[in-house]
Design a protein around this ligand. Structure first.
Ligand code: NDP
Length: 398
């Protein structure tokens, strides 16, 4: 029986993971659960799973009356403690944003097997994560579907045998829109993804293609391949998740219907493939074909190019890209900037950073904080007219 910690249990990936575990309670036991603000939802999960440890990112109101009577924790360090809980075999990090970095480092530092959905920790943590992995003796398994696909195609083969990897992108809801029409995009349009059902931050990132830039950086860190050997192609139906080309001219691809339960099953069971008859049906060439591909429209989606350039430049740039993008997404969702201003905020922020190395978590936190301030200032100066006054209250202040 494996004991699992689920960080971000109330989110889209967290819920999908619990859905998978409900079908495999003979193999997994949930030892730790965390959420940020959704106290009631977390309380319901704690009641269902009876974990040893439950963590909330923010203090609940005094009126909150938990039905689960075990230990609740909040405050600095609680998520990191959750990630290193003694006796937990596998930590699934499904937090969103920079908040995932501390727990990623804590889990790897404690020698845990880490199933990582939180791509932002790899983008902002880069070398720090690689170092924690090496020094802590833990193990890192990707949950992001494209990276899980690469991991499945490699299946233990050394990356020295790989010529190139190609990550696929759905292209998002505006794949075919002419560039000038993108100025009309409203948050509700961008929150409607054609193939995947996900949390709001990654859904906006998918609409701008910032998500694909984050994934290129993620692939570079995870697999150690240089940027010039990581390609992206648009594949609108999201059936092929990635292709790995080997030096002998063979290419392997991983295919499946777009469901996060498939990469989650791989990460939970690895190296075994768990039998699961209730996951999506497998690839059917007659039903799922034809498989079509297009180049990325880099001019229409400038955050893709800016993000990959930030990754290539290294140092402070990827940290600042991630932070500015998080602020830009919050600002767009609350109506303070328009869709096309998302890229402007990020690119303007990046101008204030350099390739100076980020050698410690403290450095990363400082660069992150500076970039957030710069991005907020930039977003505030846009003078965009649709600001929703209620948004300030609901904004994620992380
Ligand atoms: P969601 O927004 O749906 O869920 C995020 C989870 O993290 C929630 O449990 C939330 O708690 C918690 N959380 C948010 N902010 C904080 C914080 N500051 N401190 C502590 N906990 C916090 O996100 P997704 O599940 O969509 O995505 C999670 C990660 O997985 C992201 O990095 C995303 O890029 C990646 N990913 C997601 C995929 C998907 O299909 N959704 C696919 C591939 C990767 P609460 O509910 O209380 O707010």
């Amino acid at each position: 029986m494996k004991r699992v910690a689920i960080l971000g249990a109330t989110g889209s990936v967290g819920e999908a993971t619990l859905q998978v575990i409900r079908r495999h309670t003979d193999r997994f036991r949930v030892g730790v659960l965390t959420a940020n603000r959704r106290w009631e939802a977390l309380d319901a999960l704690a009641l269902e799973w009876d974990p040893e440890f439950v963590v909330l990112g923010t203090e609940p109101p005094d009126s909150f009356a938990p039905r689960w009577s075990g230990e609740w924790r909040t405050g600095p360090g609680a998520l990191e403690d959750a990630a290193r809980t003694r006796g937990v075999d596998l930590v699934l990090n499904a937090l969103v944003g920079f908040a995932g970095l501390g727990p990623t480092l804590a889990a790897l530092g404690a020698g845990k097997r880490l199933a990582l959905a939180n791509k932002e920790s790899l983008v902002a943590g880069g070398e720090l994560v690689v170092r924690a992995l090496r020094e802590g003796g833990g193990e890192l398994l990707p949950v992001d579907s494209e990276h899980s696909a690469v991991h499945q195609c490699l299946d233990g083969r050394p990356v020295s045998e790989v010529a190139r990897i190609t990550l696929t992108a759905s292209g998002g809801p505006f794949r075919t829109w002419p560039a000038p029409r993108l100025a009309e995009v409203q948050p509700a349009d961008a929150l409607s993804h054609p193939t995947w059902s996900m949390g709001s931050k990654i859904t906006i990132d998918s609409a701008t293609l910032a998500n694909k830039a984050l994934e290129v950086i993620e692939a570079h860190i995870l697999f150690g391949l240089p940027y010039e050997r990581i390609d992206v192609v648009v594949h609108p139906t999201s059936i092929i998740h990635s292709v790995v080309e080997f030096h002998d001219g063979s290419s392997l691809a991983q295919l499946g219907r777009p469901s996060m339960e498939i990469p989650i099953l791989w990460a939970l069971g690895y190296p075994e493939r768990l039998e699961d008859r209730r996951v999506e049906p497998g690839f059917d060439p007659l039903r799922d074909g034809p498989l079509e591909f297009e180049p990325v429209r880099e001019d229409a989606f400038p955050l893709f190019r800016a993000g990959v350039a930030a990754g290539r430049a290294g140092g402070e740039f990827p940290v600042a890209f991630n932070a500015a993008n998080e602020v830009a997404v919050e600002s767009f969702l609350s109506g303070r900037i328009g869709f096309q201003e998302l890229a402007e905020v990020v690119i303007h922020t990046l101008e204030q950073f350099s390739s100076r190395p980020v050698g410690s978590v403290e450095d990363a936190r400082q660069v992150d904080a500076r970039a957030r301030n710069a991005a907020r200032e930039s977003a505030g100066g846009m003078g965009f007219g649709n600001a929703d006054p209620r948004a300030e209250e609901s904004e994620n202040t992380e």
